[in-house]
Design a protein around this ligand. Structure first.
Ligand code: ZN
Ligand code: ZN
Length: 339
């Protein structure tokens, strides 16, 4: 039996600990993945701190996984050992519930999430069901692919399903882990791209990422600044503050939509008259399926979009996790397991 290093959480609130485990065997409809990289996401706290109901321990966190198929289980078609694959938040679906019956697999009522429902990417190997797999293009590195499987797909998929068309004004609120990818996607999709963040120090970064315009929310009235550009068709809200979202909805133009991908416990308040007379709307967006992940990776490789990352070895997962959660890392932290 082969063994591997894995980083597990033994109980809710417990530390991330490096352990030696047997390499798992893929069952029917599953593949064994040799992990090359795994991004660290704020949602990994659900596993680490026990914020997911019914989560069983010990558990290996991680749902931004890039690797290569090591072995396929019984009945697997279309996937072979040696293929590069990614796994994101969509870690499997039942195919039988009401949402699956309508083809909405990402909102499966029995959805599986790597690192929550089964052991995830903070390890040298993991097993995943085939419906969770996305192909990784040859010219995209593992460490760059990993964050695109959660932060990337969420912003890419929200924007491409937003109804905005080339030439429309699309604003991205917040330039952090999600927002710095959202700005790049918006630009490459052909939108008039507006980045909104706090302070002047992010202006040059916003331009480097492809923003045509930068709005410093501490210096000007964001709603007025967006109206001066003709009004936003879409504001992609990547911040984690309902108040900050409420402060910008006045910048929506005709048929404008606020799309929420950043989580907040605060409500969003909207001006009702503006929403009626401008046919405005507010929408939440939940990442996407493995096929959407695959599209995200392909589009990123095609258009030269990359996450800004800090790399750590697998054995330094605890340090890497703290760096991400404390906010010390401005964008994304990735475990480079294949280095
Ligand atoms: Zn995530
Ligand atoms: Zn289902």
């Amino acid at each position: 039996m082969r063994t591997m290093k894995a980083v597990q959480v033994a109980k809710a609130g417990g530390p991330l600990e490096v352990v030696e485990r047997d390499v798992p065997e893929p069952g029917a409809g599953q593949v064994l993945i040799k992990i090359q990289a795994c991004g660290i996401c704020h949602s990994d706290a659900l596993t680490k701190e026990g914020q997911w109901p019914g989560l069983e321990y010990p558990r290996v966190p991680g749902h931004e996984i890039a690797g290569v198929i090591d072995k396929v289980g019984a009945g697997v078609e279309g996937w072979q050992a040696g293929q590069r694959v990614g796994v994101g938040w969509h870690g499997g679906h039942c195919g039988r519930c009401e949402h699956c019956r309508r083809g909405d697999f990402v909102l499966c009522q029995r959805a599986l999430v790597p690192g929550i429902s089964y052991d995830g990417g903070y390890a040298e190997f993991m097993v995943a069901p085939v419906e969770a797999l996305a192909r990784i293009p040859d010219d995209l590195s593992d460490v760059d692919a990993a964050p695109l499987l959660c932060a990337g797909i969420t912003t890419f998929n929200a924007l491409r399903n937003s109804g905005a068309r080339a030439g429309d004004v699309v604003a991205v609120l917040g330039i952090g882990g999600l927002g710095h990818l959202g700005v790049q996607f918006a630009r490459k999709m052909g939108f008039v791209t507006v980045a909104i963040a706090r302070g002047q120090d992010k202006a040059s970064l916003a331009k480097e990422l492809g923003a045509h315009h930068y709005i410093d929310s501490t210096a000007v009235n964001v709603a007025e600044a967006l109206q001066a550009l003709g009004g936003a068709r879409v504001i992609l809200a990547t911040v984690t503050s309902g108040k900050a979202m409420s402060a910008v909805v006045g910048g929506l133009g005709l048929n404008g939509k606020l799309i929420m991908v950043g989580l907040s416990e605060e409500p969003v308040e909207v001006p009702i008259a503006q929403f009626i007379m401008g046919r405005n709307s507010v929408q939440g967006w939940p990442s996407g399926t493995s096929a959407d992940s695959q599209d995200t990776l392909a589009f990123s490789a095609l258009s030269g979009i990359k996450p800004m990352i800090e790399e750590f070895p697998l054995t330094k997962a605890a340090e890497a996790y703290d760096r991400m959660m404390s906010g010390a890392a401005r964008f994304r932290v990735v475990l480079n397991t294949g280095q």
